[in-house]
Design a protein around this ligand. Structure first.
Ligand code: GAR
Length: 194
């Protein structure tokens, strides 16, 4: 990854499916002087989501790619990524599973945020499962994406204490605040290998 750091900032793509709070935090970090990336492209698999509205307000190039046919959708995305010389892909609430073939092409250059302390609670509905199991802690993880769901090498994690009064909704809210702080730290860590 160090090799990617040139004189200029690294062109990065953020993949989203919804609200886009992590996109926003990545963007806000990217415009800082210390950041080695800039958000060149936002890809969403859904129309009219918060993340796309945000990209538009910041004039970031954005594309909606509907995953009706996964293979076709991924081919379209690969073309756009190539055209834009994208060197780092940040999955930020992107709710589609990329194929092994896609991941291979961008091997080591795709990172994802997941709202649990991986390897615990991979997949969906993490907060509900964490609450149901009466865990004392949960948190969030940024990891490299490999061919297995939520299983790539962990870059950074943040632990969050669960209170007796917490439910899935309050926990999600608390963890999201930490996610938004963690993603920029993860990018920094990946690029500076600190
Ligand atoms: C975040 O909580 C993120 O961790 C989660 O979706 C939310 C997106 O929020 N991602 C996953 O569950 C991926 N498996 P955002 O759109 O506000 O960034």
């Amino acid at each position: 990854m160090e090799k990617l750091i040139g004189k200029n900032k690294i062109p990065c793509a953020v993949f989203i499916s919804g609200r886009g709070s992590n996109l926003k935090s990545i963007y806000n970090y990217s415009i800082k002087k210390i950041s080695k990336i800039y958000v060149k492209l936002v890809i969403s698999n859904k129309y009219n989501v918060g993340g796309i509205k945000f990209a538009k307000t910041k004039k970031i190039k954005n594309k909606i790619i509907i995953f009706k046919n996964k293979n076709k959708a991924e081919q379209q995305i690969l073309e756009i990524l190539k055209k834009n010389n994208i060197k780092l892909i940040c999955l930020a609430g992107f709710m589609k599973i990329l194929s092994k073939n896609f991941i291979k092409i961008y091997n080591g250059k795709i990172i994802n945020i997941h709202p649990s302390l991986l390897p615990k609670y991979k997949g969906l509905n993490t907060h509900e499962r964490v609450i149901k199991n009466e865990e004392k802690y949960s948190g969030c993880t940024v990891h490299f994406v490999n061919g297995e769901l939520d299983s790539g090498k962990i870059i950074i994690q943040k632990k969050v204490k669960i209170l007796k009064s917490d439910n899935a909704k309050t926990l999600a809210k608390k963890i999201l605040i930490e996610e938004n702080k963690l993603y920029p730290k993860a990018i920094n860590k990946v690029l500076f290998k600190t």
